[in-house]
Design a protein around this ligand. Structure first.
Ligand code: CA
Length: 224
């Protein structure tokens, strides 16, 4: 998934961005409220983490602006301990959750997963296709009770494809999801990753089909 992080404390945004990237998520970082408010493509993100105390324009104003423009993505607010009133206001202004600083990174990650799950209308933290099961909370892909070992990016790609199993996943959305703050991911690298996954999944009963010029579809392999 692709996350927008708006936070003006450089050490904090670096730490958070690293933690999210370790989950295999793509992260874009902005560090003031004006940039965040002016961002024209908010809905291309799956989630936003928004600090309340931001330079130029505060987080609340940014959030109201986004919601006013019809942006539907889940938003998690970061607040300082003394901003209780702001938290309530924030929830009223359309935030979906908040976390008080200082917070633990694993808790942030768990909250983001829960927000994503709610947004997708899922009850459980697992995705399945045939005999493959992906445990999203523990980042484990299992096949008939055995773990299939993948790199974080391979797992992130598998997650994206399994979420939309049987449907087309456009190449651009794969690029956007797997790109990170520091390194851009190209369409060529998508092909490399898809190629690797195909090899890994060759005996596991699922196939990744290419829809030339558009993207990929993950589905059950036809019995041979
Ligand atoms: Ca701040």
């Amino acid at each position: 998934m692709r996350i927008l992080l708006v936070e003006d404390d450089p050490a904090l945004s670096l730490g958070v961005a690293r933690a999210l990237e370790r989950e295999g998520w793509g992260v874009d970082v902005l560090n003031d409220g004006e940039q965040a408010a002016a961002h024209g493509l908010i809905d291309q993100f799956d989630l936003a983490i928004l600090d309340l105390g931001l330079p130029k324009r505060d987080g609340m104003e940014v959030l109201r602006g986004w919601r006013g423009r019809g942006a539907k993505l889940p938003v998690l607010l970061l607040t300082a301990r003394d901003e209780l009133g702001d938290r309530v206001q924030g929830l009223n202004a359309g935030a979906d959750d908040y976390l008080v600083k200082p917070f633990d990174l694993p808790e942030l990650v768990a909250r983001l997963r829960a927000l994503k799950r709610r947004a997708e209308g899922r009850i459980t933290e697992t995705l399945s296709l045939g005999e493959l099961t992906l445990d999203l909370a523990h980042r484990e892909l299992m096949h008939r009770g055995e773990r299939v070992r993948l790199s974080p990016r391979e797992l992130a790609l598998t997650e994206l494809l399994m979420q939309r199993a049987g449907r087309l996943v456009p190449k651009e959305s794969i690029v956007a999801t797997l790109s990170s703050w520091e390194s851009d991911f190209s369409e060529n690298s998508v092909e490399v990753y898809v190629h690797r996954l195909r090899k890994r999944f060759a005996d596991l009963g699922v196939a990744i089909k290419t829809v030339r010029g558009f993207g990929y579809v993950m589905e059950l392999a036809e019995a041979s």
